[in-house]
Design a protein around this ligand. Structure first.
Ligand code: GLU
Length: 330
């Protein structure tokens, strides 16, 4: 457990050094030789995953004529909107949020985002509910009357938390004391006793859950399962069942894998981004998958065939060219 925590802290530091901020680039953002990558909270998986992608690019910058920088952001919804407005070149976003943006649902209700383009999928993400043992929460139903972090506006998880509460007949505003903290703050606030539980849709292992399970207040993962969840997963094209491997967090109270459901992290861009830039970006990912898998434990399972699945936006022409060359699409 120490090892994983240390590994995450050290890799985070290495990425911070290797990638730098967006303002150290010699080429301005928006020009064709520069890629800005929108991620999430620094202790999640998006940030180190984005850092890994940026490192692959920057290690080959002369050959590619491309440089990359990584930015910590509010998460999926923020990244989709920032990519569409041209503020970011690419962004990491949950597969369900990509679907909703394309279909004009949730945050994009009646406003389908026709310019959103897909590049590929990355790791799986599980809807993770962590609660303080002393808060006496054993199931989602026990969240009634508790202080629960649902996720910040702009995050991917906020809609997942709402879906879970609704499936259990709980109203977000009436039945729980709902908070909108960014993911990076939730572990400390839980440890301080100012939160009873928090939701986070994230790949495992990650620094956030390691931090939340390493404090003096003992915490446990709450199963998100049962008939109502089976119905939800059956009804939504983007949800799939999955188990959290609690052995990744030895200080958590749980002893056995915890059932829940999840989505996939995906990489998106805008139709307005240059084809050659996205071609070079996508080719670099798929040419170096072996290296990418070693850069973060949550990326270890990356599989090229699965990485072209779970996309609802049309492929960006640059990604399409790269994936065809890789023999992954027709
Ligand atoms: N799934 C989260 C979101 O979309 C981010 C998780 C992470 O940063 O790894 O906001």
């Amino acid at each position: 457990m120490r090892c994983i925590g240390m590994f995450l802290v050290m890799s985070l530091m290495a990425f911070l050094v290797a990638c730098g901020g967006s303002d150290d680039g010699a080429t301005p953002a928006g020009s064709s030789g520069f890629v800005t990558i929108g991620t999430g909270a620094v202790t999640g998986v998006y940030y180190p995953a984005g850092g890994a992608l940026a490192k692959l690019i920057n290690d080959r910058r002369d050959e590619l004529g491309l440089r990359a920088s990584v930015e910590s952001t509010g998460g999926s919804v923020y990244n989709i909107n920032a990519v569409l407005s041209g503020e970011l070149t690419v962004g990491i976003a949950q597969s369900d949020r990509q679907y909703q943006a394309v279909q004009g649902l949730r945050e994009w209700q009646d406003q389908p985002q026709a310019d959103l383009r897909a590049i590929c999928s990355l790791h799986g993400e599980l809807i993770t509910l962590l609660a303080a043992v002393d808060a006496e929460i054993h199931s989602v139903a026990d969240l009634a009357g508790k202080r629960v972090n649902m996720g910040n506006p702009g995050s991917g998880q906020r809609a997942n938390s709402e879906d879970v509460l609704r499936a259990f007949g709980l109203d977000t505003s009436a039945d729980v004391s709902a908070e909108g903290l960014v993911a990076a703050e939730a572990p400390q606030v839980l440890q301080d006793g100012r939160l009873d539980a928090f939701f986070y849709t994230v790949g495992h292992p990650n620094g956030n859950i390691t931090q939340a399970t390493s404090g003096r207040r003992t915490v446990r993962f709450i199963p998100i399962a049962g008939e109502a969840i089976d119905a939800l997963v059956a009804e939504r094209p983007y949800y799939a069942h999955g188990d959290i491997d609690v052995s990744l967090y030895p200080q958590a109270d749980n002893q056995e894998a915890v059932p829940t459901f999840g989505v996939t992290a995906t990489v998106v861009t805008s139709a307005a981004v240059d084809e050659d830039v996205i071609y070079a970006f996508t080719s670099t990912i798929f040419d170096n998958l072996e290296l990418l898998r070693e850069m973060h434990p949550a990326l270890r399972g990356l599989d090229p065939v699965q990485m072209v699945e779970g996309l609802s936006a049309p492929l960006h022409p640059g990604a399409e060219r790269a994936l065809r060359e890789q023999g992954l699409i027709e």
